[in-house]
Design a protein around this ligand. Sequence first.
Ligand SMILES: CCCCCCCCCCCCCCCCCC(=O)N[C@@H](Cc1ccccc1)C(=O)O
Ligand SMILES: [Zn+2]
Ligand SMILES: [Zn+2]
Length: 512
Amino acid sequence: MWANLPRILTLVVRGFVLTLAVLTAVVVIRTVTFPSYQTSPPECKTTDPDFIPADEERLARFTSAIQFQTVSYERGVGTPQELAKFVRFIQKSFPTVHSSPMVRRDVVGNYSLLYRVEGSDASLQPYMLASHLDVVPITEEANWEAPPFSGQLKDGYIYGRGTIDAKHSLMGSLEALEFLLSRRHQPKRTLYLAFGHDEETGGHFGAKVIGDVLTQRGEKIAFILDEGSPVGDGLAPGVSKLLALVSVAEKGFLQLRLEVNEEGGHASMPRSESAIGILSKAISKLEDNPHPNMFGTGPEARMMEYVATEMTLPYRILASNLWLFSPLVAWVYSRKPQTNAFARTTTALTRFNAGVKDNVISPEAVAVIDHRIHPMSSVEEVMEFDRKVINDPRVKLNVINNRPPSPTSPYGKDSPTYMMLQETIQQIYPDALVTPTFMVANTDTRHYLNLSSAIYRFNPYVMTPSDLPRFHGVNERISVQNYERVMNFYYHLIVNMDKPLELKRHGHEDEL
Ligand SMILES: CCCCCCCCCCCCCCCCCC(=O)N[C@@H](Cc1ccccc1)C(=O)O
Ligand SMILES: [Zn+2]
Ligand SMILES: [Zn+2]
């Protein structure tokens, strides 16, 4: 046996070196032969006479839109008077849209707006552009560089609540339609504009009712575009070009109220555990035990494939060889909040309330957890995981609200609507890569799921990592250049939707 040891060791080392050589060869071959999913951009049209400039008049309209304080606070608790004023402002600001015989406008659920622009070809299925009228409240007014409801123009940026979420797309799509109709252009394909008034609190009285109205009309929609992921500048690791993130799916969510009820009493005679202590332990267990990293099991893996050939070198090798490096990429993604959100179901502690007085032991402690569920997980799985982690029957888990992850809309060369969207993005951003992805937050589209199987979520403006906290945060703003891109994106989209949408498969073409 001992005499054979050198021989055995040599064989083991040889086997190891051979395996390493084969793996390296496979990795190199896959890296250099990995297919490109990017298509060359169509001719850029931003210089043609159809260009919509962000001139003084349009910027003034946008500024005014920001000044309406259309805040949604809680489900069913909003700002009805501001909404009513904003609706009147919209009517006055887009006279051609509101007087055109081609346009029917319905006010739905008191404040939400549903426009139908009649196309000349009734055989074509309509499509829909969606946004919302409401905004989230302000928390730290003092820290804003310009007042949050001023719409002030400062150093090339328009400041205020709603500038990126989502009055830009509401006003931008109306500007595009006004521009188009004032040129006496009738679209071929019927177009809906749908603007809910309570998206920020779940859309139960706005988008939900719009969805119901369209369902009752028996409407089937070829394609829906709502607010969503942006054109990232430095957002994705290893991608130095602009990356247009088209969300073809959306995470689910589960909002839980955690409650502990224990005996309260005088602070001079505390028991060993209190309601506050028990709940704090449960919460810290949840923060210390994140949901499993699922990177590579859902649409996020396709996102890597779409950009693999365009990535900087170490990332290019990793992305072309997810079969081997998936765990390493999963780890890289888990290190930053904005990428971690793509890797797993997230856990956010959003409320924590207990106690009424300094010398009273509170008998009750309550917390709210907001989970965003990875597309490959489910509401039940998340609930089960939390129960196991908390492992304490004194902590009651009550569901406030939940939604499963959305279905995935078609994408890639087999999907004419996705390709049309990609082409439109490239008209505005000729150098950008375009990739399917999923939304880490939620949109009104959850109320439109039975209207269309092609639902996309995309914001046609550029965002850097430092812009992300502006969503629902302090100093929300949009650059004038980005607002101009938004208007022109919608304009090109409406024009492009009049071209035939052909499904080129199996040697025949189907018109949608
Ligand atoms: C690998 C690439 C990394 C790139 C990172 C890119 C991150 C981009 C994130 C952009 C997020 C933009 C979100 C915009 C829309 C937000 C809409 C919204 O706030 N919706 C509410 C809806 C809601 C849900 C549940 C109850 C009430 C309301 C939300 O909280 O999701
Ligand atoms: Zn929004
Ligand atoms: Zn929002």
